[in-house]
Design a protein around this ligand. Sequence first.
Ligand SMILES: NC(=O)c1ccc[n+]([C@@H]2O[C@H](COP(=O)([O-])OP(=O)(O)OC[C@H]3O[C@@H](n4cnc5c(N)ncnc54)[C@H](OP(=O)(O)O)[C@@H]3O)[C@@H](O)[C@H]2O)c1
Length: 263
Amino acid sequence: MRREAKLAAKRVLITGGGSGIGRALAREAARRGMEVAVCGRRRAALEETARQLPASARPIAIAADITSADDRARLVALLSEAWGRLDVLVNNAGVVEGGVIEHTDDAALEATFRTNVIAPIALTRDCAPLLRAAAPARVVNVGSVFGDIAYPGFAAYSASKFALRGFSSALRREWAPQGIGVTYVAPRATLTDAAAAFDGLIAATGMRLDAPDEVAAHVWQAVERGRDTAYPAGPERLFVLIQRLAPKLIDRALARSIPRTAS
Ligand SMILES: NC(=O)c1ccc[n+]([C@@H]2O[C@H](COP(=O)([O-])OP(=O)(O)OC[C@H]3O[C@@H](n4cnc5c(N)ncnc54)[C@H](OP(=O)(O)O)[C@@H]3O)[C@@H](O)[C@H]2O)c1
């Protein structure tokens, strides 16, 4: 079987599917023959994603806040009724809060950890019966290169993606016997609304931003191949390796990026 055909007719839920990487993941999933449900808080954004998908994707747009237990229960109930199983859960929804720690208030900390860590863990748990019904199934967690390379000026965000990576590793081991795989993906800077948080960094480093469609193609390729992780090609992959082997070298490289703290 051609690798691309492996995903045909699979049913996928993509959180944060109303914009950016999530919308690109939805389009690419549809291109590969999958049936697609998207969720997020803004109904109009989800409906626009659904409008961009072919009829063969039988798009389902569900307005839901993944940090709300009631919304997650409604989401799972709707998918149970529509599909009765879930082949792939993509935990993509996230918030990117930049800023030195002295300027990161409790509301920003709460939003970061509730959205990027607690909600995907809780949603994965809530989807367990649907994933089990589809096994072999897969959970895809969208992390970040900042989940390996802790970035000054992005301490809370980096910490949240480290947590998501840790969750992915533990869950992979826990659910392997049930035939549910876990892919942790770590995009680098990508041209989306969230990239506004990186404006200063992009301006200072002249960093190249990936297109969401490139990221989406890379993610689905990793899923087709049953990969545990997907890191971007290019220098970031090397930096991740150096971070693991010789973290002091990364300390030195990032010393120039340290933002000024509040006095
Ligand atoms: N852009 C980058 O440079 C970059 C790099 C590495 C990793 N990432 C990661 O990629 C993922 C997608 O981000 P993006 O860059 O595509 O930015 P984005 O366009 O801002 O997408 C984030 C999505 O998450 C949804 N969302 C946020 N809070 C939610 C909640 N409580 N419930 C349901 N949906 C929620 C948003 O929809 P609503 O507002 O409608 O809810 C939005 O569609 C994030 O996990 C981000 O950390 C991004």
